[in-house]
Design a binder for this molecule. Structure first.
Ligand code: NAD
Length: 295
């Protein structure tokens, strides 16, 4: 049985407590939140579950094996560091840390202590993302040309409200991410263009979240410009079955399995660091009016 302490019981914390507490091989033995008012909410959902406002009761506990850090990003580094120093595996919310240096330090500490770190990029465990990954691995789309993601809504945000991020990958693959908290409508759509097929993922669709289009343009190799032949392909569209699962349930189960089998999760600290690198670069770029930052 893996005993878990959860730090942070705000918006996302209850999902982490519920999932880790209901797996057969784990139990949440202590929850901490600086705000004493959260105790009442915890006890409504989990009567009798131990609660504290002192994070050290979790971090220094001799009976807790894993600490889940579900607090705002600027607290992740200190809490995760203390948890690792005290010999505990760490499940930490995304984004992993505020800086690349902090993430690298935590990865090194985890390696040295032979402890696991998982960064909660919940989306990776959704049926839609798993299906897209499978299609790409099978080569269903062919060579990748572009990734274009639009995720906008009206909401509260303490930092930049609008961002247009362009990421250039090797082999001419380009990604564009448009995030916006000042949009009058909610849109969560991603287009992925490949040599063989194109994919549209609309995360707001209840069914048929993913549609694959057999559309494309091909050009013959001409001996001269006059002989250039362009043909448009407009074939079928199909919507593959997408697994209906609670992503966080699958993710927490996977982390428990990784600890049990001593395996490294694919969404480990190194994966979390890759995201922090992009965020740090985007931050630097935004301060220089969109100047390119080489990674
Ligand atoms: N994986 C996801 O899909 C997902 C979704 C939402 C939020 N998150 C992440 O979860 C984290 C928390 O987000 P949230 O929306 O729940 O925030 P929140 O502000 O609603 O809750 C954070 C809670 O942490 C408590 N807290 C802060 N510092 C603490 C400390 N040192 N010790 C104990 N308690 C402390 C606060 O009192 C608050 O109750 C963030 O990193 C966020 O990015 C992830």
């Amino acid at each position: 049985m893996i005993r878990i302490g959860v730090i942070g019981y705000g918006y996302w914390g209850p999902n982490i407590v519920r999932n880790f507490h209901t797996h057969e091989s784990s139990e949440v033995t202590l929850v901490c939140d600086k705000n004493p008012k959260t105790r009442e909410r915890l006890h409504k959902a989990h009567p009798g579950m131990a609660f504290t406002t002192d994070e050290n009761e979790i971090l220094k506990s001799s009976t807790i094996d894993l600490v889940a850090v579900v607090t705002p990003v600027w607290t992740h580094y200190e809490l995760a560091k203390k948890a690792l120093e005290n010999g505990k595996h760490v499940f930490v919310e995304k984004p992993f840390t505020c800086s690349v240096t902090q993430a690298e330090e935590l990865i090194e500490l985890g390696d040295r202590k032979k402890l696991k770190i998982m960064v909660d990029h919940t989306f990776l465990f959704t049926g839609a993302v798993k299906k897209i990954r499978q299609l790409m691995d099978e080569g269903a789309l062919g060579d990748l040309y572009y990734y274009d993601s639009l995720r906008v809504n009206l909401g509260l945000n303490g930092v930049e409200d609008v961002a247009f991020i362009t990421v250039y990958f090797p082999r001419h693959v380009i990604a564009h991410i448009n995030v916006n908290w000042l949009s009058p409508v909610k849109v969560r759509t991603t287009l992925i263009g490949g040599e063989k097929k194109m994919l549209v993922w609309n995360d707001l669709e209840a069914d048929e979240k993913i549609k694959i289009y057999d559309k494309g343009v091909s050009m013959s190799k001409p001996s001269s410009l006059h002989q250039l032949l362009v043909s448009y392909r407009s074939g079928d569209m199909w919507a593959p079955q997408v697994e209906q699962i609670e992503a966080l349930r699958a993710e927490t189960a996977y982390f428990l399995k990784c600890i049990d089998k001593n395996e490294t999760p694919f969404n480990d600290g190194v994966a979390g660091l890759r995201v922090v690198r992009i965020l740090e670069a985007a931050d630097k770029s935004v301060r220089n009016r969109g100047e390119a930052v080489t990674l």
